[in-house]
Design a protein around this ligand. Structure first.
Ligand SMILES: Nc1ncnc2c1ncn2[C@@H]1O[C@H](COP(=O)(O)OP(=O)(O)OP(=O)(O)O)[C@@H](O)[C@H]1O
Ligand SMILES: [Mg+2]
Length: 229
């Protein structure tokens, strides 16, 4: 029996802030196991980012439950949620969200500094190791504006890995990249999954990336269904 990392039960999200009732997720039941390289596809506006934001603990469901390693996170305090978010989840977005005044090395160190508990030397060593892993050992002291788009996304991946997350959630990570850089990023994700058994859930329109997945999911009518790989 595989080790379940993440599970949602009857997860729903209704937006009412605009005055109009928008039921975007309608009871999503979803399971992800350790080591999965999972891809989620679906039409624009179908609710993929809404779903990632919920399981990434950046948003709160209208109803339903989210379990991380068997623990029900729908019922924990905001502080506990923040802590879980920092320790267990790595996020990669379509836009890199790097701090513009920080070098690659400093950006990758940020999550560990926020979490605390490690020496500056330990943090720096791990950041250098991760930047080497993503192929940027010669770009440690570059600012984001001195990097190419693909390099910036790889710094963002190194940053997401910093606190040894159980899972990396990526929302159209190659959406802004040209074909060559997108391919390089796809290869990096796939390698991190094979070599480090890093678990991924990636929202993408990139069919080549979807073909590498060990699990494929599709979002339609507020539901997620698993497809054949
Ligand atoms: N805070 C919000 N308030 C109201 N409606 C929202 C909010 N966030 C998202 N929506 C709506 O929910 C729907 C799903 O949005 P979401 O961003 O999850 O789609 P998506 O599947 O990620 O699309 P894309 O592929 O274009 O990124 C959209 O119609 C959007 O307008
Ligand atoms: Mg989206």
């Amino acid at each position: 029996m595989s080790n379940i990392i993440l599970q949602t039960k009857a997860l729903s999200r209704v937006f009412e802030e605009t005055g109009e009732r928008l039921a975007i997720l309608n009871g999503v039941d979803f399971t992800l196991c350790a080591g999965d390289f999972a891809v989620l596809t679906g039409a624009s506006g179908s609710g993929k980012s809404t779903f990632l934001n919920l399981i990434g603990l950046l948003d709160t469901p209208t109803s339903g439950e989210i379990y991380f390693n068997g623990k029900n996170l729908s019922k924990v305090s905001a502080e506990e949620k923040d802590d879980y978010h920092r320790r267990h989840i790595g996020f990669v977005f379509q836009f890199h969200h790097l701090l513009s005044e920080f070098t690659s090395l400093e950006n990758v160190c940020v999550p560990a500094r926020i979490l605390g508990g490690k020496s500056q030397t330990e943090i720096k060593e791990r950041a250098i190791y991760l930047l080497e892993t993503v192929g940027l050992k010669d770009r440690l002291n570059h600012l984001p504006r001195e990097l190419s788009g693909g390099e910036r996304q790889r710094v963002a991946v190194a940053r997401a890995l910093m606190n040894h997350p159980d899972i990396i959630l990526a929302d159209e990570p190659s959406g802004n990249l040209d074909e060559k850089n997108a391919e390089m990023l796809n290869e990096l994700f796939s390698r991190l999954n094979r070599e480090f058994e890093q678990t991924f859930l990636i929202v993408t329109h990139d069919e080549r990336l979807a073909r590498c997945a060990t699990k494929r999911f599709s979002m339609t009518h507020g539901q997620i269904t698993e497809m054949q790989v």
